[in-house]
Design a binder for this molecule. Structure first.
Ligand SMILES: *Cc1c(COP(=O)(O)O)cnc(C)c1O
Length: 358
């Protein structure tokens, strides 16, 4: 018997999606972004499946250490860098490439007496206003890094796009221009593009691209699905019907008594809820796939269950498989119904959900 709620992973798709990255940015090296447990797909599972990757990128030092301890030999960029001397020692020991984004980090580097030399990426803030040095600080920071015995030369340069998923926004070209102008004349590789940059902004491709969401087969744009770019989703979320009943006119369904039955319906109860990572904000009407057909969710999402209107289906029995997203129902669409982005749905699958690799 399959578990009530489970995820299937079509792992072959990740290398297919990588070929799409390379088709869009054929000159660039690829830094595969596998932070946050590879967007919920499993850090080591995705890292070991990917073929021909030049570097991985994760957010935190501990994610990088897990990859090294599992035997990964590629470069590994740590996008939040480090915050103390102990973390810098770990980076050196495990040959991880930190992002340098603050003067506090520079001081730790300058106090470090280790003889090793490490690869780093210098993060420049061109408008995101999150991590990174301002363009005004660049000259001083570059001089200090270029003369540090701890730092391998040439160093890499990175910036992050704030609004690349809006293909009509002029900010992206301004960020690209500012970045190129700032690092002009300095030797060393450049990296700008996330998935939206790769798919939407050729001028952002530079020497290294950093695909995240598109590797998992999902579109970074609110108005399209991964399939529009030839991407194949890896993750599908499944459950099954555990009860079928009739609801009479005037009765309500679920918490808050928020959903009122306007005509008698056949209702199904599906064993999935926010305790599994199904979004609580999913609105009534959110489609769910049963037997290849879409039926609308009704009522509120609870921790372990959702309710669906089965009136359009005939002869439906408890036990029937249900797909919450997967083939025939893109996760992007469920995200739109839930006023969120697919990133949060992929990352949000919880421990209780069993994972079935395909
Ligand atoms: C998460 C992240 C990426 C990948 O973004 P996607 O939109 O998933 O492609 C790239 N660069 C940085 C700095 C990131 O934090």
């Amino acid at each position: 018997m399959t578990p009530a709620a489970y995820v299937t992973l079509n792992l072959d798709a990740v290398n297919h999606n990588l070929t799409v990255v390379k088709r869009y940015a054929p000159q660039a090296k690829v830094m595969a972004v596998i932070k946050a447990n590879a967007y919920g797909h499993g850090l080591l599972r995705i890292a070991s499946q990917l073929e021909g990757i030049d570097s991985f990128a994760v957010a935190r030092v501990d994610e990088g250490i897990r990859l090294r301890k599992a035997g990964m030999t590629q470069r590994i960029a740590i996008m939040e860098g480090f915050t103390c001397a102990q973390e810098l020692d770990d980076l050196i020991e495990y040959r991880l490439d930190p992002l340098i984004h603050s003067f506090g980090q520079l001081e730790i580097i300058e106090r470090c007496s280790t003889a090793a030399a490490i690869d780093i990426w210098l993060k420049i803030d061109t408008g995101m206003n999150r991590l990174g040095f301002s363009t005004a600080e660049f000259t001083e920071v570059y001089r200090r890094l270029a003369t540090s015995p701890l730092i391998k030369q040439p160093i890499g340069f990175m910036t992050h796009l704030a609004n690349a998923d809006d293909r009509s926004c002029a900010m992206t070209l301004r960020q690209i221009h500012l970045f190129k102008q700032t690092v002009n004349g300095c030797p060393g590789p450049r990296s700008i593009a996330n998935s939206a940059g790769i798919l939407g902004w050729q001028a952002s491709h530079a020497d290294w691209v950093r695909p995240g969401i598109m590797l998992y087969g999902v579109s970074p744009f609110a108005d399209s699905n991964g399939a529009d770019f030839g991407l194949k989703p890896i993750m599908s979320l499944h459950s099954r019907l555990i009860a079928v009943k009739t609801v009479r006119e005037g009765e309500t369904v679920g918490y808050g008594a928020a959903w009122v039955c306007e005509k008698p319906i056949t209702m199904g109860i599906v064993a999935i809820g926010y305790g599994d990572g199904y979004p609580r904000q999913a609105r009534p009407g959110t489609p769910v796939l049963i037997d290849g057909r879409r039926v609308p969710m009704i009522g509120r999402v609870s921790m372990d269950m959702i309710t669906v209107d089965l009136s359009e289906m005939s002869d439906i029995q408890p036990g029937q498989p249900v797909t919450l997203w997967g083939p025939g129902l893109p996760v992007e669409e469920v995200a739109r119904w839930s006023d969120t982005i697919p990133y949060t749905l992929l990352c949000g699958i919880t421990q209780r959900v069993q994972i079935v690799e395909q």
